[in-house]
Write a protein that binds this ligand. Structure first.
Ligand code: UDP
Ligand code: MG
Length: 331
């Protein structure tokens, strides 16, 4: 079994050597063929220098450097595309994820799963990160049906083929299991040892949670209607049209009936009724939704030949740049 460890790095110079040592030890002890891929997400400290040194001294280490900070999801995506192993492991560069857990990930995968996510049951993070995270995990599990205790955990293991299908952008890295599950891959979790951060500082604060909720909406939309956005947007549009159309019919009938002397009603003027405003609004909204739906369809069609949303400035250990130009799949 060849194992690719993809490690996003943003200003983690003090942790990298120790992380490399721990990974190499685990691989040696268990006879794994391991490929370590550092993806430097525009670090401003000495991280890249350390990564280059490691890549120079160890043939199993490769490093990719972004021109600037593109975010963890982009870094992981670059690593996934470069990975050559049968299994892809992701772990944070800050030593919070313990490489000693790797054999347990592989065992769990062997039980018939395609994705195994870590669950930091005992967390070494402040409460203002843990509490929102609990709420977030509950919401994601309920809304998507992928029941994991810890969607945010950076320590995960995948079968490599998954990444031929699942592309990452924005901050959707925490939803890879959800996106994979939406395509039928089997997802599970194991409890992992979580260590306190020793060096550097966390890149995410309390506000990550708000972005997380917006991303959840996106993921729900993508997994539900990603390939046919018009089915949702056009559906809403048609509902508005039905409402507006019904209003028109009622208004017309009302106008006619109010002019039949035998009924003794007051003749109405349609433009003076409140209802006409609802009718007009509904018809306009209906048109809007249908048009936006068509645009979304157009974008979806175009995107099936997309390009990677980042730019790699240099690589170490590779004889040529990993291919980031072609992809026929969308999430
Ligand atoms: N990271 C990254 N790009 C970013 C932010 C973070 O590659 O823009 C990396 C970071 O170096 C670390 C991992 O993502 O390896 C997780 O970040 P962090 O430890 O700060 O998150 P936390 O554990 O506090 O949730
Ligand atoms: Mg961390």
């Amino acid at each position: 079994m060849r194992l690719s460890a993809v490690i996003p790095v943003y200003n983690e110079e003090d942790s990298l050597r120790e992380l490399h040592r721990e990974l190499t030890d685990v691989a040696a002890a268990n006879d794994y063929q391991i490929e370590i891929i550092f993806v430097d997400d525009g670090s401003k400290d000495g991280s890249w220098k350390v990564e280059q040194e490691l890549a120079d001294s160890d043939p199993n280490v490769n490093a990719i450097r972004f021109r600037r900070n593109f975010g963890k999801a982009a870094a992981l995506d670059a690593g996934f595309r470069a990975a050559r192993g049968d299994l892809v492991l992701t772990l944070d560069a800050d030593l919070q994820d313990d490489p000693a857990e790797i054999p347990r990930f592989l065992e769990k995968l062997d039980s018939g799963l395609d994705v195994v996510s870590g669950y930091k049951q005992v967390r070494h993070d402040p409460w203002h990160k843990v509490l929102p995270s609990r709420i977030f995990n509950w919401m994601v599990s309920t809304l998507t049906g992928v029941r994991l205790h810890d969607h945010n955990c950076g320590f995960k293991c995948y079968r490599r083929e998954i990444f031929d299908e699942v592309r990452l952008y924005g901050e959707l890295h925490r939803f890879v299991p959800v996106l994979a599950a939406a395509r039928g891959w089997k997802v599970g979790e194991i409890v992992v040892n979580h260590r306190a951060r020793q060096f550097g500082q966390s890149k995410y604060g309390f506000f990550r949670i708000f972005k997380g909720f917006l991303d959840l909406l996106t993921v729900k939309f993508i997994t539900g209607f990603g390939q046919r956005p018009q089915h949702l947007l056009g559906g809403i549009g048609l509902a508005f049209f039905a409402f507006g159309g019904l209003g028109m019919v009622i208004l017309a009938l009302w106008w006619v009936l109010s002019r039949i002397p035998a009924l003794g009603l007051n003749p109405i003027h349609i433009h003076e009724t409140a209802m006409i405003f609802y009718v007009i609004t509904a018809l306009l909204l209906g048109t809007q939704f249908l048009m936006v739906g068509l645009l979304a369809e157009l974008i979806t069609a175009q995107n099936s030949h997309g390009q990677a949303p980042y730019s790699i400035s240099e690589t170490s250990g590779y004889t040529k740049l990993p291919d980031t130009t072609s992809s026929d799949t969308t999430v």
